[in-house]
Design a protein around this ligand. Structure first.
Ligand code: GDP
Ligand code: ZN
Length: 383
């Protein structure tokens, strides 16, 4: 079956984010008779891929990488075997535009990719409880650490434009009945997040949903935020109940090959795609390294004027950061959040390095053993 007669916008995958860029990346695989698809879910080496002919279950055996950061993930665009092949394999992973990485878990210190090809990171913050600006900063740093393209995920420098765009959504606005108070809260968050759009919504009153709908309408979004922040309610409001039923019905298929729906990757009725995975929901400590500098750009700028290049901004003479605190130009709370985030990142880097060190040691041990074996073999021959 050929899909070359579709224009990009009428392509069956357009609602899942297919565009000219993906079309161009996919062209060589189309020539091989493969199907394009977007990964909705990965589960022990098998994944659900949304293709122009429906959702198929495909094996990822051919694209198992040495680099754990390149494991097929929700949000990836792939080339899969045509639907009548059995078994059905994912053949290629198309280069990612962005990737969301969690960098630590109890067992492994390498990164774990949670979602890919994200355009908007919607940070949900409940107005039902007191605003925690430090936590918003952390979520922003994490949003900024989503990496672009195929560059090494931990080092690629991003601008607000090149990576996923963060948006802060203050939820449950109906619980702040006073408009003046509400606008002060918005201002506080705007000060914390320079250049980041800050919206207020009430899912129950259906206030502010139109603006959010417009924001997420252009691309793929993830909802982040603490448990209870109102993410599920917001996702349902964006999706509309009837649409969820429609999607569930569309994927029900007794043939076995087509799988039942997963709520992990969903096309929104007014455009845009929402990714909502258990992994994203349980976000703990994130690799915010790449994002710290952008969230705390004013501190980084001040740091450039410190007398010493490796100034820790603790008590060093000629420290421009401490001078700004003294002048009241920089709130001391900002500096404390910055320090906290930097400390956490150093801990993550140290963990990663420890793993690297162990790897290098293993390598030398192996080489040593090979060397000894080679020497022994030589001796054996000459004996
Ligand atoms: P999640 O854990 O982030 O997915 O949060 P939920 O969507 O489950 O919402 C947590 C609680 O907040 C639920 O009891 C919701 O009914 C409530 N909630 C969500 N949105 C709103 C809102 O706009 N206004 C009010 N008053 N409550 C809301
Ligand atoms: Zn300094």
């Amino acid at each position: 079956m050929s899909f070359s007669s579709y224009s990009v916008s009428s392509h069956p995958l357009a609602v899942y984010g297919w565009d000219e860029g993906w079309e161009a990346e996919f062209a060589p695989y189309a020539a091989q008779g493969l199907l394009p698809g977007r990964v909705a879910r990965v589960d022990r080496g098998l994944c659900d891929v949304i293709t122009p002919v429906g959702t198929v279950r495909a094996d990822t055996e051919f694209v198992v990488p040495r680099d754990p950061m390149k494991v097929v993930c929700t949000g990836d665009w792939v080339a899969v075997d045509p639907e009548d092949s059995d078994p059905l394999y994912v053949r290629t992973l198309l280069p990612r535009r962005t990737a969301f990485v969690r960098s630590t878990s109890s067992k492994r210190s390498e990164g774990q990719v949670l979602a890919t090809n994200i355009d908007h990171v919607v940070i949900c913050v409940s107005l039902a409880v007191e605003l925690d600006l430090g936590r918003i900063e952390r979520f922003l740093a994490l949003a900024m650490s989503s990496s672009g393209g195929e560059a090494p995920l931990h080092t690629s420098a991003l601008s607000w434009e090149s990576g996923a765009q963060p948006v802060v959504v203050l939820t449950k606005a109906d619980l702040v009945p006073d408009a003046v108070t509400l606008s002060h809260l918005v201002q506080d968050v705007e000060t914390t997040a320079p250049g980041v759009p800050v919206l207020t919504v009430s899912a129950t009153m259906r206030d502010g949903l139109d603006v959010l709908t417009a924001v997420v309408g252009g691309g793929t979004s993830v909802l982040l935020g603490q448990s209870g922040a109102g993410k599920s309610t917001l996702a349902n409001a964006l999706l509309g109940e009837d649409v969820m039923e429609v999607q569930a019905a569309r994927d029900v298929d007794g043939k076995g090959r087509h799988t039942t729906t997963t709520r992990n990757l969903l096309a929104l009725p007014s455009g845009g795609v929402l990714i909502d995975t258990p992994g994203l929901r349980g976000v703990g400590l994130w690799d915010a390294e790449a994002g710290v500098g952008q969230v705390f750009s004013e501190i980084e700028e001040l740091a450039g004027r410190c007398r010493f290049q490796d100034c820790a901004h603790e008590s060093e003479p000629g420290c421009a950061v401490l001078a700004a605190v003294d002048d009241g130009e920089l709130p001391v709370r900002r500096l404390e959040s910055y320090r906290k985030l930097m400390r956490e990142n150093q801990w993550i880097v140290a963990k990663t390095d420890a793993r690297l060190r162990a790897e290098i040691k293993r390598d030398w041990k192996r080489k040593g053993a090979e060397g000894r074996a080679a020497m022994e073999a030589k001796r054996g021959r000459t004996r």
